[in-house]
Design a binder for this molecule. Structure first.
Ligand SMILES: Nc1ncnc2c1ncn2[C@@H]1O[C@H](COP(=O)(O)OP(=O)(O)OP(=O)(O)O)[C@@H](O)[C@H]1O
Ligand SMILES: [Mg+2]
Length: 165
């Protein structure tokens, strides 16, 4: 039987997935029957992990959660959400610094698709300072990212470093 119930989409780059992202997904599954982590394919960016690599890492992290789906998308989020018949967009809110951009995006998406609601969630305090960009920077300088990213992500980062070295 195909999964049913309300679907929320959690879009982002997830390059890589951090424990902050995981925290938001785990909070979202309490509110929605299905949560889809949607990896944005952005041709303008040079990511550490390809979109396919990110999808497979995130699938691995949530393999024990049947209500968490993982896929990638390109183009307009509202088009993707419409095609998936999603009820809501999930976004994480770390600090005031996230607010301006998120507010602007939420209102633009509402302009494009008035029936699609954006839901903001705050992570546990210990994750409020985490970003993918910072994780990559710390890791590339030899810092320990254990406890900040899921172990599958840490492993993939070490493998990637091994390939590049
Ligand atoms: N530590 C975190 N806690 C809560 N939400 C987060 C956290 N990190 C990112 N998010 C949210 O996850 C969504 C996807 O964000 P994104 O993929 O840009 O992650 P990011 O960590 O901000 O990456 P980057 O540093 O590359 O911008 C956004 O809504 C963002 O606000
Ligand atoms: Mg970001």
């Amino acid at each position: 039987m195909p999964p049913s119930g309300r679907l929320a989409i959690f879009p982002g780059s997830f390059d890589p997935l951090t424990n902050g992202h995981v925290d938001i997904v785990l909070r979202s599954v309490h509110l929605f029957e299905r949560v889809q982590v949607a990896v944005l394919v952005n041709p303008d960016k040079r990511p550490l992990f390809s979109a396919d690599e990110r999808v497979s890492i995130i699938r691995e992290v949530f393999r024990e959660y049947p209500n968490v789906e993982v896929d990638s998308f390109a183009g307009l989020l509202v088009d993707y959400a419409r095609a998936r018949r999603a009820s809501a967009i999930i976004r994480g809110m770390r600090a005031i610094s996230d607010f301006e951009f998120e507010f602007q995006m939420a209102l633009m998406n509402r302009h494009l698709e008035p029936t699609l609601e954006t839901v903001f969630m705050m992570p546990a305090e210990q994750y409020t300072y985490l970003s993918s960009r910072l994780i990559k920077e710390v890791f590339s300088l030899g810092g320990d990212v254990r406890g900040l990213v899921p172990s599958a992500v840490e492993k993939a980062m070490h493998e990637k470093k091994g390939v590049k070295a």
